[in-house]
Write a protein that binds this ligand. Structure first.
Ligand code: NAI
Length: 705
């Protein structure tokens, strides 16, 4: 039930309501309701029929505009409160699906319309209050910026900000212009360029909202503000903060972006364009700044980069909320009691992520020392989480209370799920699974976090193999958004569907994959990383490879990534993949030679880079002197390595490791940061082929289900 009682019949002002003027007839059922109370306050409620969200399109903007016009003409209304009747959404911004399908002239019309309607709203000569409960993002916050007061509920669903740059867009309905005038240019620039969403209290600290209250008090506060009898004050930003030399800020912001994302030099980049719009707009007139927003938005909407970012956004949304068609009607159960075996890097991250989302977690390792080390890791994650405001003190304490530790081997019959994250050794994992099968109930789901080993071999001979599944989290497990869900032929549809829903409940995206060496991500990544090492072995300056891939758009170069993964793990995965795919895995001695020379990557601060992130000069004596012909420029290097990624991605699709090219691309995007604007499947125009994989058979019983 919605906590805001918006039905006039339930409203405290119900017996005082005056009928409002009817508004013009629209093509779609009305999305707004309004009533005017006896104090002359107009309560305008956005409540799109048959939808959990409110979004802007031509119809909803038009409807809002006619309400504003009514208020303009009605001399008796003394204040306007805009609110939503959705449980978790105030206004979710523009309707992106609609944006993608509009022809250019209608798109331009829509961009102009949003600006006009919000300017119309701003011009009302009465107090205007946005009473925000739930997501208030993009065009939703741009509406709020056109109001005089922004008040927000402290509910966890309330998120406020302008995330447009994340989708290759900029705030173009006045957001780029109004925010710097509200909170000062430096803070506005930072928020818009990063596209960050804030919780209500953080938004208040930065001045995005004026007051934060429990949702039950939101309406009362709105009324007080409307009547002008309140102690609430607008946060005050000095004029000097508003105009601190926009050109200097522009240079700084551009420099920081290009240093972090060198690919932006060559591509249409929304964050870079946002820097221009926000800094230039700050020294222009309001109208000129709005015109610049419009012009830039039109350019961005015409770019393939923006379209691929929006398409990818939809693919991710679908994968993180829906199940594959074959599983939609399969019953699922909730998994509350979980055991994590192995308190190493992955076990600690998984246990922390699960406890933060409400699971009761028992962490097991073999000795008291290993358990203590694991507990130390987990406590460190809580400290980091608190420092970065990822959770409150209360949430951290509750989550910590949900974690228990043991180095014994207790019965685990009451467990809903056991995830093993012990060393990557088939014999160890097989023995562990056999032991767990005895200690757990028949219904307990047994999951492995293996990076590349065969889950089927691990599960050989255990009773009730229908409960075995792979849950491949990525490192760091509490941060990385992807989990590969590995279904065996014998895994039951209920177990697969339950595991996928469980992953979604963690706020992560599950991709269903077949039990095949390296699954999707490691299989595609390994030839690429080893290909990079093979090149490195024959280059005078191997670190140029990382520079080349950063310019290509990867968030981290392959050599630095290998340092992060660790040479021991990488060599282990290489062995598994070489056994499966032979010469397709590029041959190189360098990694083994580095390991033999005592270099293990980040684990001991000695890899291709040192602890201080400087190149490690001790790598140079291990290189071969002969250069690789045709691999001098960064473009040649990135194109060679991109081909390795593409070749293995195509084979993954052919072998049916995932259901579609779209799934494979999404897995690479979420698991490795593969740039969504690059082609992984070069035959398609968009890089995303919505084709089914011919060989994808997620288990016979599942198809039947
Ligand atoms: P780790 O070496 O940090 O931790 C392994 C832990 O398991 C150690 O604490 C060890 O004492 C414990 N252990 C070993 N045998 C055990 C047993 N029989 N019972 C209970 N505990 C036992 O290893 P890490 O990096 O956490 O990897 C664990 C698994 O996760 C491996 O299968 C690995 O391939 C996989 N993985 C690793 C990733 C990474 O980046 N490190 C990423 C994704 C998966």
């Amino acid at each position: 039930m919605n906590l805001l009682t918006l039905d006039p019949t339930q409203d405290p002002e119900q017996d005082l309501i005056l009928p409002s003027r009817p508004h013009p007839v629209h093509k779609t059922p009305p999305a707004f309701r309004n009533f005017v109370d006896v104090d002359g306050i107009c309560w305008l409620t956005f409540d799109t029929p048959n939808s959990t969200a409110n979004v802007w399109n031509m119809d909803t903007l038009d409807e809002l505009d006619s309400h504003i016009e009514d208020i303009h003409r009605d001399g008796l209304i003394r204040a306007l409160v805009i609110r939503s009747n959705k449980e978790r959404v105030f206004i979710a911004g523009a309707d992106l699906k609609n944006l993608l399908t509009l022809p250019p002239d209608e798109l331009n019309e829509l961009i102009a319309m949003g600006q006009d309607v919000f300017t119309h709203l701003e011009s009302l000569r009465i107090p205007k209050i946005a009473a925000i409960h739930g997501a208030c993002v993009g065009g939703g916050f741009e509406l709020a910026l056109a109001c005089d007061w922004r008040i927000a509920s402290d509910h966890e669903s309330t998120r406020i900000g302008l995330p447009e740059t994340q989708l290759g867009l900029i705030p173009a309905w006045g957001g780029s212009t109004r925010l710097s005038r509200l909170i000062g240019l430096p803070a506005a620039l930072d928020l818009i360029v990063r596209g960050k969403l804030l919780k209500a209290d953080h938004a208040k600290r930065l001045g995005l909202v004026d007051e934060v209250v429990p949702v039950e008090n939101l309406q009362a506060l709105a009324k007080k503000l409307a009547l002008g009898d309140t102690q609430v004050k607008h946060p005050h930003f000095h004029f000097s903060q508003l105009w601190p030399i926009p050109r200097v800020l522009r240079m700084k912001a551009r420099g920081a972006l290009l240093a972090k994302y060198p690919w932006m030099k060559h591509e249409t980049s929304a964050p870079l364009m946002a820097v221009e719009v926000v800094t230039q707009g700050a020294s222009k007139s309001f109208e000129e700044s709005l015109a610049l927003e419009q012009k830039t938005m039109r350019e961005l909407m015409a770019s393939s980069m923006t379209r691929s970012l929006i398409t990818t956004f939809f693919a991710k949304e679908a994968a993180s909320k829906k199940l594959p068609a074959a599983l939609v009607n399969v019953p699922t159960r909730s998994l509350t009691n979980v055991t994590v075996i192995g308190a190493g890097v992955m076990g600690a991250g998984i246990a922390y992520a699960l406890a933060c989302k409400g699971s009761r977690v028992l962490v097991c390792d073999t000795t008291a020392d290993f358990v203590a080390r694991g507990a130390g890791r987990i406590n460190q994650l809580f400290s980091d989480g608190l420092r970065h405001h990822a959770l409150t003190k209360l949430q951290a304490r509750d989550a910590q209370d949900r974690i228990g530790y043991t180095f014994a081997t207790p019965p685990l019959h009451h467990m809903d799920l056991v995830v093993e994250a012990v060393v990557e050794d088939l014999r160890v994992k097989k023995a562990l699974l056999a032991d767990l099968a005895k200690r757990c109930g028949d219904q307990t789901i047994l999951a492995t976090n293996t990076s590349a080993l065969s889950v089927a071999q691990m599960a050989e001979g255990i009773p009730h193999p229908e409960r075995v599944i792979g849950l491949h989290f990525f490192n760091p497990a509490h941060v990385m958004p992807l989990v590969e869900v590995v279904a065996l032929d014998q895994t039951s549809p209920e177990v697969v569907a339950t595991a996928m829903r469980f992953v979604q409940s963690l706020g992560k995206t599950p991709i269903l994959v077949k039990d095949s060496p390296g699954f999707v991500v490691n299989r595609i990544l390994m030839p690429y990383m080893l290909g990079a090492v093979q090149l490195a072995e024959r280059m005078r300056d191997p670190w140029i490879i990382d520079e080349a891939m950063l310019e290509f758009g990867m968030p981290m170069g392959p050599l630095r990534l290998l340092d992060e993964v660790g040479f021991e793990v990488a060599l282990h995965v290489e062995k598994t993949l070489r056994a499966a795919f032979g010469d397709r895995i590029p041959k190189t001695d360098l990694l083994q030679n580095m390991k033999d020379a005592g270099m293990l990557g980040c684990k001991n601060g000695l890899g291709f880079y040192l602890d201080d992130e400087e190149p490690n000069p001790d790598v140079l004596p291990l290189l071969k002197t002969k250069e690789v012909p045709g691999m001098r420029s960064k473009l040649e290097i990135s194109s060679h390595l991109q081909k390795l990624l593409q070749a293995e991605a195509a084979r993954c699709l052919e072998d049916g490791v995932a259901a579609s090219a779209e799934d494979i691309k999404l897995a690479m995007l979420l698991g490795t940061g593969f740039p969504p604007f690059r082609d992984l499947f070069p035959l398609s125009d968009t890089g995303i082929l919505p084709v089914s994989s011919p060989g994808f058979q997620p288990g016979p019983s599942m198809n039947a289900g």
